[in-house]
Design a protein around this ligand. Structure first.
Ligand code: AHR
Length: 516
C-alpha cells in the first residue's frame, strides 16, 4: 500500500504526526477479477485444555444455574452459532502433545486424572474428552479439528484414535466407541499431526519433524466418508527454514495443510507483553505494527510454498493467532486470562482482512482461544457471560465466509508516531452467492476519521448499508457489569456518489458494508 501524499493539504510539520480530528482521504478499488473463494474455515476457533477455556468456559459444573446440555453451556453455544464458527480446534496447543485420548473416554468417574503440566500444573479430570468435544461441535454445527499427539504419543495411539472416531468396522476399538454411546462413526476429517513440534510439541528440528510427519501420517488412515485432511505442524512466526524443509520433504499429496502460529505481543517482549486494558497510544501503535507483521509472514511463507507447490494444493493454516497480553492482575498466570478491548477488535479485523486477501493460500485459521483464554470471543464468570469486541468482528465478517474473494487496491494515508508509519486503513472484499458485495474496512488511526472513495471494476450496485464497531477509547472493554459498552451499530457514513462509494470511516473503527 502506498502512502498518499498530503503535501497540498497540510504543512510538512503537520504531516509528521497524526493530527487529532484532521480529515484525511484515501482511495480503494474493488474488482471482480478472481476465481478464489474465501474459505469459511478462515473464521475458525481454537479451544485448549487451558485455564477456564474448556473447564468453566464450555464445560461447566452440573450445579451452575445456566441452560446446559450434559455439562455444555448453551448460552456460549448459541452465541458462537450466531457468528457461524466453522471449525473448532482441540485439545491443544501444547496440551495436545501430552494428551492421551483413551484417558478421556468411558464413564467419567473412572477416567484417569493427569497433571496439565503446560498450564498451571492443575489436575485435569478428563471429564471433557472425545465424545464431549464432538457433542460440542455438533451443537455448534461446526467441524471438529483434532490435534493428535506426536510429542509423547505413539503412531499406534494416533492411528487407533482415528479408527475409534471414523471406522464403521467391528474392531475392538470401534466396539468400545459404540459401548461409549456413539454407534455411527464421527467422520472427523481435519487432523493435526502434532502441535508446535519445534517447541512444546517435542523441540524437534524441521528435518526430524518432516520424517515424523510421514510416519504418523502413513498410519493415519482414511475410513469411508472420512478422508483425512492432515495438517503438519508448521513454522513458528518467521521461521522460514521450517517451511522450506517441510515443503521440500513432505509430498504435497500427503498433507492438506501446513500450520503457522503467530501471536501479536503488544510490547514485542514475551517477558513483559503489556496490559490488555492499560496502554499508551505508543504501545497501541507498536501492537498494530506487530499485528501487521502477519501480512509479511503469510506472504513470505506462501512464496516458499509456491516454489514446491505452485498449484497451491497445500493450505497455509494459521491455526493459532491473536493478541497475547499479560494475564489479568489477580488471575493465575498459567490460565492466560485476558480482557479484550477495542484494540483487540481492530487486530481481529486487520488480521481477517489479511487472511481474506491471501485466501488463495490461507484456507483455514483459528483464533486463540474462543472462551476465557487469550483473545477470546466470550468471557464468562459463573453464570454471567460477556461478548467481547472481538466477537463482534467475527459477527460482522461472517458475510465473507465461502464468498468469492474480490481483489482490492488501497491508497491510504499513513498513521504515524515517532517517525514510524503504518497504513492507517486496511480492507478486504467479497461477493456472496446472492451477488451482494461486502467490504470490510479498518481504520487504525486513533485520532483521524478517513474518507475513502471507492471505485469498482465490473461490479454494479445501487444501495449500501453497513455496521460499525467503535468506541471513545481503544482501551474500552465490555465487562460483566457493563457488557454492552462496545457493540455493533448501524453505519450511516457510506453514500453513493455517481458510480463511486464514499465512506467516512470514523477513527479507530471497523466497518463492514453491504452493497446490493
Ligand atoms: O495458545 C496458547 C499456546 O500457544 C498453545 O498451547 C501453544 O500451541 C502456543 O504456544
Amino acid at each position: 500500500m502506498k502512502k498518499k501524499t498530503l503535501i497540498n493539504l497540510c504543512t510538512v510539520a503537520l504531516c509528521l504526526i497524526s493530527v487529532p480530528g484532521f480529515s484525511q482521504t484515501g482511495t480503494l478499488t474493488v474488482s471482480s477479477d478472481s476465481k478464489t473463494t474465501i474459505s469459511r474455515h478462515i473464521y475458525g476457533q481454537f479451544a485448549e485444555h487451558l485455564g477456564h477455556g474448556i473447564y468453566g468456559g464450555f464445560w461447566v459444573d452440573k450445579t451452575l444455574p445456566v441452560k446446559k446440555q450434559d455439562r455444555i453451556r448453551l448460552d456460549v453455544v448459541e452465541a458462537l452459532k450466531k457468528i457461524k464458527i466453522p471449525n473448532l480446534r482441540w485439545p491443544g496447543g501444547c496440551f495436545a502433545d501430552e494428551y492421551h485420548w483413551r484417558d478421556g473416554i468411558g464413564p467419567a468417574e473412572q477416567r484417569p486424572r493427569m497433571v496439565n503440566t503446560n498450564w498451571g500444573g492443575i489436575t485435569e479430570d478428563n471429564s471433557f474428552g472425545t465424545h464431549e468435544f464432538l457433542e460440542l461441535c455438533s451443537l455448534l454445527k461446526c467441524e471438529p479439528y483434532i490435534a493428535g499427539n506426536v510429542g509423547s504419543g505413539t503412531v499406534d495411539e494416533m492411528s487407533k484414535w482415528i479408527e475409534y472416531l471414523n471406522s464403521n468396522s467391528t474392531s475392538t476399538v470401534v466396539q468400545s466407541r459404540i459401548k461409549n454411546g456413539h454407534k455411527e462413526p464421527y467422520k472427523v476429517t481435519f487432523w493435526g499431526v502434532g502441535n508446535e513440534s519445534w517447541g512444546c510439541g517435542g523441540n524437534m528440528t524441521p528435518q526430524f519433524y518432516a520424517d515424523q510427519f510421514k510416519r504418523y501420517a502413513s498410519f493415519a488412515k482414511d475410513y469411508p466418508g472420512a478422508q483425512l485432511k492432515k495438517i503438519a505442524s508448521g513454522p513458528n512466526a518467521d521461521d522460514y527454514n521450517w517451511t522450506e524443509v517441510c515443503m521440500k520433504n513432505i509430498p504435497s499429496s500427503m498433507m492438506y495443510g501446513l500450520s503457522l502460529h503467530y501471536y501479536t505481543i503488544p510490547t514485542g517482549n514475551w517477558g513483559k507483553k503489556g496490559s490488555a486494558t492499560q496502554f499508551s497510544e505508543k504501545e497501541y501503535f507498536n501492537t498494530m505494527v506487530n499485528c501487521l507483521k502477519m501480512e509479511e509472514l503469510v506472504t513470505k511463507h506462501s512464496a516458499i510454498m509456491d516454489k514446491y507447490d505452485p498449484e497451491k494444493r497445500v493450505a497455509l493454516i494459521v491455526d493459532e493467532w491473536g493478541v497475547w497480553t499479560d494475564a489479568e492482575p489477580g488471575t493465575n498466570p498459567g490460565f492466560l486470562y485476558q480482557q479484550n478491548s477495542l484494540r483487540d477488535a481492530l487486530i481481529a479485523g486487520t488480521t481477517l482482512n489479511i487472511f481474506n486477501n491471501h485466501s488463495d493460500r490461507v484456507k483455514m485459521a483459528a483464533l486463540a482461544q474462543t472462551v476465557n483464554v487469550l483473545q477470546s470471543l466470550i468471557l464468562t464468570d459463573k453464570e454471567k457471560i460477556v461478548l467481547t469486541p472481538t466477537y463482534y468482528i467475527f459477527d460482522m465478517y461472517k458475510v465473507h465466509q465461502d464468498a468469492k474473494y474480490l481483489p482490492i487496491k488501497l491508497d491510504v494515508p499513513d498513521y504515524e508516531i515517532d517517525g514510524k508509519k503504518i497504513p492507517a486503513v486496511n480492507a478486504s472484499a467479497s461477493q456472496d452467492a446472492a451477488g451482494k458485495v461486502h467490504i470490510s474496512l479498518v481504520n487504525l488511526d486513533i485520532h483521524n476519521p478517513i474518507t475513502i472513495t471507492t471505485g469498482f471494476k465490473d461490479i454494479k450496485w445501487t444501495t449500501v448499508s453497513g455496521q460499525v464497531l467503535t468506541s471513545a477509547n481503544v482501551t474500552n472493554i465490555n465487562t460483566f457489569s457493563n457488557p454492552d459498552k462496545i457493540h455493533l451499530t448501524n453505519f450511516s457514513g457510506a453514500k453513493k456518489d455517481g458510480d463511486k462509494l464514499v465512506v467516512s470511516l470514523p477513527a479507530k473503527s471497523v466497518v463492514t458494508l453491504e452493497l446490493n
